[in-house]
Design a protein around this ligand. Structure first.
Ligand SMILES: O=c1ccn([C@@H]2O[C@H](COP(=O)(O)OP(=O)(O)O[C@H]3O[C@H](CO)[C@@H](O)[C@H](O)[C@H]3O)[C@@H](O)[C@H]2O)c(=O)[nH]1
Ligand SMILES: [Mn+2]
Length: 758
């Protein structure tokens, strides 16, 4: 088109967030940390052990800060101009969309179809989109819900497009009160669509209460006598967009798949499911770009595909080396803001190096990169180089590397050569799709090794991301003001802790795979600071020094010793703590969050570090010893009920927390709550001990000091573990159960005895 003149404005732009002032603050804090270490080394205390523990902990904290400073040094993000795309590119490329789900109980099918409906209603030509849902739960209810949803989609999608609806997940849209009384056509359509959505919800509810009704239907035969971990492949084309006329034309393809599972085959959790999705979509639509969203993440900006394509279609050396476009992970039901702040700082940090880390959802991948290509395999115009042609297009080696399906090999050759050969009808590929879903299909191939989503860690995202960056690709980070995707977070308490435990374990797991960020120092094409960026995932190791540090002040009070420097050097610690508080508080305020939210975040991170991350280390040790395996325990998700809520404003988070219980820390008898309870009890004991004047008098001339510093330390720890302190006095799920309390009290008594006698 005419707009392709070289002078035409770019489709995207890189925005740098570099700040000399912030760099100076980071370096000052680092300097203070090093001075503290120096002081510790030069002024050894008579109480060597405490001093040594403090020194080790502080060295690790300094290392963490050094890592963070390195990652945050040159933050950046990308900005897309989708309107320019429309002017310039007439023939938009097609995009395959993947939604994995795994458990109809923890991931209610009505939530999954809300995600799917938001994707089907994207602002993008419907014949260029195909949505594939992988169900690791092999649930007839999920399939039933999808079928019903595809019917509703014929009303929903045209409605969204006609009235340019902003949020296209029905459960969110209908939470908003009706606000256009004047427009009678709109109000009629609105009422009708809402009624249809409620009908859908009711049908799904009825079916979940009575799954036998599904058995009678012939279409559900494939599901009879199946267990989630023991069944053959199921592939069902729920809806095929055959062009057609009217509203039907507006709904993209929708396909349900569930790969074969057998009890004695390891199925690699989400990465296995994603690789099957890549293969089936390759056979059916073979789009050059693939969007991947978790089943609880709906689209919040219908223009998201066009935004992402700006990054891929911008004609420049840099963008042709962009392997994926990642959006930040944001949540509609999050009561805490720490994750948003963390992403905004660290996410932009790595984005400014070689590109963001793939986080498993809200990401557009290029199919060719997932098939194992490196930037060196491409000519300047994006076609395969001669060497790459020999390596990648030889059919025998393709079969060896990518599996024996002839259809699959053909589709791969097409994809690698950027030929689009969409099937006339996708139902023709069902048989081939079954073949590539066998659990032995990947046996002795490169799937999971160098092709597709990589295996070896329950965080398939991190390991896959390292694999891509190691080949020299870059990636792009877009953080629009209006979040592109919104998901749900687990409730504050056990669910969050278990999720963080899995992430923590997975981060360390990666170290022991061949994709470890430590491996191939000179061979790999990953940039040095990007490697350091991947070390960020080892943050769970921080749990050990954090745990020790939480005990140190109490130990000192009980043992009548000191950890804090005396005299002017105490100033180092005071400045350090003060500066860190002001700095982190400023980061929260800058992003529009409250002081309370900052404080809650500090508390949550300490609790997560000393519970979830601590258990990650236990998981890793047991895995390395071959005693147990690391599992992907699926996070439980819920969606608010549309029908029962009125006057809800999704944009105002506070409004939905009418009940004061929202966001309150929940306890149960899980062992995850023991460490936090012990920390709280020990620090309480230390304080009481000090206030009762039970300290040994010798302390002052042993270099023990007055104990004021340690007392402040104890108070600080208690403030950070405030939910536990509160849990001591609360009842029901908000109180610490007696069993947890007694285990913790036993350990705390042991600790007190040890400290006093030592
Ligand atoms: O065997 C499995 C397990 C999970 N999933 C799906 O994977 C997604 C993520 O699982 P979830 O339990 O929600 O994990 P989260 O901790 O919330 O997810 C984060 O962390 C995961 C890695 O630990 C990433 O895969 C996710 O994309 C990222 O959002 C969900 O859609 C699941 O249905 C499967 O398809 N098969
Ligand atoms: Mn999730």
């Amino acid at each position: 088109m005419a707009g392709l003149k070289s002078s035409s404005p770019p489709l995207c732009e890189r925005i740098s967030h570099k700040s000399y002032f912030l760099r100076a603050v980071d370096l000052t804090i680092l300097g203070l940390l090093f001075s503290l270490l120096l002081y510790r080394v030069l002024h050894r205390s008579p109480n060597e052990n405490v001093w040594l523990v403090a020194l080790i902990c502080e060295s690790l904290f300094s290392l963490t800060w050094l890592t963070c400073t390195c990652i945050k040094w040159s933050p950046a993000e990308d900005k897309a101009y989708p309107n320019r795309l429309d002017e310039r590119i007439q023939n938009l490329p097609s995009v395959d969309i993947f939604v994995p789900t795994a458990d109809p109980v923890k991931e209610p099918p009505i939530m999954v179809v809300n995600t799917v409906l938001s994707l089907l209603a994207l602002n993008y030509p419907a014949n260029k989109l195909a949505c594939y849902v992988s169900d690791d739960g092999c649930s007839p209810l999920t399939y039933f819900t999808l079928k019903e949803a595809s019917r509703f989609a014929k009303i929903w999608v045209p409605f969204c497009k006609k009235y340019n609806v902003g949020v296209r997940a029905p459960f969110r849209y209908f939470l908003n009160p009706f606000d256009a009384v004047n427009d009678s056509e709109f109000s009629k359509d609105w009422e009708m669509t809402k009624r249809e959505y409620e009908k859908l919800c009711r049908k799904v509810e009825d079916a979940s209460g009575n799954s036998h009704c599904l058995d009678a239907d012939n279409d559900f035969k494939a599901f009879s006598n199946r267990k989630p971990n023991d069944h053959s492949t199921i592939v069902k084309v729920v809806w095929e967009n055959k062009g057609g006329v009217g509203d039907e034309r507006e709904v993209p393809h929708l396909v349900y798949i569930s790969r074969e599972k057998r009890p004695n085959y390891f199925h690699h959790y989400k990465s296995g499911a994603m690789n099957f999705l890549i293969r089936v979509s390759g056979l059916m639509t073979n789009a050059p770009y693939m969007l991947n969203v978790d089943c609880d993440m709906h689209v919040n900006d219908p223009d998201v595909v066009r935004q992402a394509l700006c990054m891929f279609l911008q004609k420049s050396k840099n963008s042709s080396h962009c392997a994926f476009v990642q959006y930040p992970q944001e949540f509609y039901d999050s009561i805490t803001d720490e994750f948003t702040v963390l992403q905004s700082i660290m996410g932009r940090g790595v984005a400014g190096i070689q590109g963001p880390i793939y986080v498993g959802t809200g990401c557009f991948h290029t199919r060719r990169v997932m098939y194992g290509l490196s930037p060196g395999d491409l000519e300047d115009d994006g076609s395969l180089s001669l060497v790459a042609r020999r390596e990648f297009l030889d059919e025998d080696s393709l079969e060896r590397k990518y599996g024996s399906s002839k259809e699959m090999v053909k589709s791969m050759v097409d994809a690698l050569q950027r030929k689009s050969n969409p099937q006339n009808t996708i139902t023709n590929s069902i048989e081939a799709a079954h073949e590539v879903g066998h659990c032995h299909y990947e046996f002795q191939t490169n799937w999971g090794e160098t092709v597709g989503y990589l295996y070896g860690s329950v965080s398939e995202d991190i390991i896959t991301s390292i694999g891509i960056h190691s080949r020299g690709w870059t990636s792009s980070y877009i953080c629009p003001d209006q979040p592109a995707f919104l998901g749900s977070t687990p409730s504050v308490g056990l669910e969050t802790i278990v999720q963080q435990r899995r992430w923590g374990t997975a981060g360390i797991e990666v170290l022991f795979t061949r994709h470890s960020p430590l491996a191939g120092m000179f061979r790999r094409k990953i940039r040095f600071r990007q490697r350091i960026g991947y070390f960020w995932v080892l943050m769970s190791l921080r749990s050990i020094p954090e745990l020790f540090y939480c005990f140190l002040p109490a130990y000192c009070l009980l043992h009548s010793s000191t950890i804090f420097p005396k005299g002017p050097c105490l100033g180092i610690i005071v400045t350090l703590v003060g500066m860190h508080c002001i700095y982190s508080l400023w980061q929260f305020k800058y992003l529009g969050f409250s002081v309370k939210s900052w404080f809650v975040a500090q508390s949550h991170w300490r609790i997560i570090a000393t519970s979830g991350w601590l258990f990650s280390i236990y998981d890793i040790i047991f895995k390395l010893l071959g005693i147990s395996k690391v599992e992907h325990r699926i996070a439980k998700k819920t969606i608010p009920e549309t029908t029962s809520v009125s006057g809800y404003e999704p944009s105002q988070k506070e409004n939905d927390s009418e009940s004061s219980d929202v966001g309150k820390f929940e306890f149960d008898s899980s062992c995850h709550f023991v460490p936090g309870t012990v920390i709280m009890l020990v620090n309480l004991a230390g304080l009481v001990w000090y206030l009762m004047g039970l300290q040994r008098s010798s302390c002052s001339h042993e270099g023990g000091g007055s104990g004021v510093g340690e007392t402040c330390g104890c108070i600080l720890v208690l403030m950070l573990f405030y939910p536990f302190l509160k849990g001591l006095f609360e009842k029901g799920k908000y109180g610490i159960p007696l069993s947890t309390l007694s285990k913790a009290a036993f350990l705390a008594l042991f600790f007190v005895g040890f400290s006093v006698r030592n």
